[in-house]
Design a protein around this ligand. Structure first.
Ligand SMILES: *Cc1c(COP(=O)(O)O)cnc(C)c1O
Length: 406
């Protein structure tokens, strides 16, 4: 008789975005005359930049010609892309990453959920609270998280690092020592960042305790402050304790195109075993890599023209972020994030819960956001707005939100 993986039955069900979507639909059908503006989901809205489209077209044509056709891609990804990444994302920042330390993939969601496969089941993980749900859920599926407590909204074997107003919505070093630490900067959902000195403390802590840091840098392109590190490898000693995850989704609008990569330095070892070798083995067996056409698109991201176009795209979203942040702040809301990240994390008003505030904003301003409590218990009483909408809609949404605060 076959058995299922019973860990899946422990998952409480991802109601967050389905409930957000259902409430939005219900409101719209009851009020067909209202124009509802969505600043909830973390998906981009600007089209793929022209230089990247051109590179994709050229690659499509290559696939139609026997002389330039490409079949299975190399396990780790094409060298042209890994070289562009090593030069463009690391060498320019004074960081030396070899091309065989870079593993090209179809995105950071998959990598952030799959990476735990090469790690033992008896590892204890630590996550920020609130958090991108993928880190925890993938460990639940593997059987590493313990049991869910529906009253507290926490897992028995997970160490939570609360991100609250007192610590500027960034995690503090945990009191209990975790084996694996998930960090995400700039942060989704709070928009928080930490400077290099602070990140160095995490690296030192991990090296001291032989913990592994899984560093999600999906929003790196949104960093504008000079003291915020663009990669964890800017910190001394990070190569012996950290894996870095990157995505082309948010810097280049590849949420539909699909491309990402993971860096595993060769110095990163556990009892003499290189994690780089384990991940290479897994990649070789379980993964066919990103399409040639998409890897050529990724290469174009690092071209001079590509970089200039993407800088404009990021600036477009960050202009929205400023509209949201300044607008709400001036109206009397308590807001954070939105400076080095396309997310604004705002406190609900009048002591409302996240979901009460969601309903209040939907009904009175016809704006859809995301309830902070959906990202973890410490998100209760908060609300996330994204800068990924159009400029016109963002301006209108904030004008409306100004009117509903007393
Ligand atoms: C959007 C996002 C990613 C990127 O996911 P992709 O699979 O590359 O689209 C990774 N981490 C966080 C925290 C994100 O918000």
């Amino acid at each position: 008789m076959f058995k299922i993986n019973e860990n899946y039955l422990k998952l409480p069900g991802s109601y967050l975005f389905s409930t957000v979507g259902r409430k939005e639909r219900e409101y719209k059908s009851a009020h067909p005359d209202k124009k509802v503006i969505k600043l909830s989901i973390g998906d981009v809205t600007q089209p793929i930049a022209p230089t990247i489209i051109k590179a994709m077209h050229a690659a499509v044509d290559e696939m139609g010609n026997a002389a330039t056709f490409h079949g299975y891609a190399p396990d780790l990804g094409y060298e042209f892309l890994r070289k562009a990444i090593a030069d463009g994302d690391y060498k320019t920042r004074g960081v030396d990453i070899a091309i065989d330390e870079i593993f090209v993939s179809d995105g950071a969601k998959c990598d952030s959920s799959n990476i735990q496969e090469i790690l033992g089941l008896d590892n204890r993980i630590a996550v920020g609270d609130p958090v991108y749900p993928v880190y925890v859920d993938s460990n639940v599926m593997a059987g590493r998280a313990g049991d869910y407590n529906s009253t507290t909204g926490t897992w028995s074997n997970v160490i939570y690092m609360p991100c609250k107003e007192e610590n500027n919505f960034a995690p503090e070093l945990p009191k209990e020592v975790p084996d694996i630490i998930y960090l995400c900067f700039p942060n989704n959902p709070t928009g928080a960042t930490i400077n290099k000195t602070e990140l160095q403390k995490w690296v030192d802590y991990a090296n001291e305790h032989k913990s592994l840091i899984i560093y999600d840098a999906a929003y790196e392109a949104y960093i504008s402050d000079a003291d915020v590190p663009h990669t964890i490898y800017e910190c001394d000693g990070a190569k012996t304790c950290a894996i870095e995850l990157k995505s082309f989704s948010k810097n280049a609008g590849f949420t539909g195109v699909r491309l990402g990569y993971t860096v595993i330095p060769k110095e990163l070892e556990c009892d003499g075993v290189k994690l780089n070798a384990l991940w290479a083995r897994r990649h070789g067996t379980k993964y066919n890599g990103a399409p040639y056409i998409v890897q050529r698109a990724g290469e174009a991201v690092y071209s001079e023209a590509g970089k200039a176009e993407l800088k404009e795209q990021v600036a477009y979203y960050m202009k929205n972020a400023k509209v949201i942040k300044d607008g709400l702040k001036n109206a009397g809301y308590s807001v954070s994030g939105g400076v080095n990240a396309p997310y604004i994390w705002l406190k609900t008003i009048d002591g409302m819960t996240s979901w009460e505030f969601f309903d209040y904003v939907l009904e009175n301003a016809n704006v859809v956001g995301t309830p902070g409590s959906g990202f973890g218990p410490s998100g209760e009483g908060y609300f996330r707005l994204t800068a990924f909408g159009t400029y016109e809609n963002t301006v209108e949404a904030i004008e409306r939100m100004k009117k509903i605060i007393k």
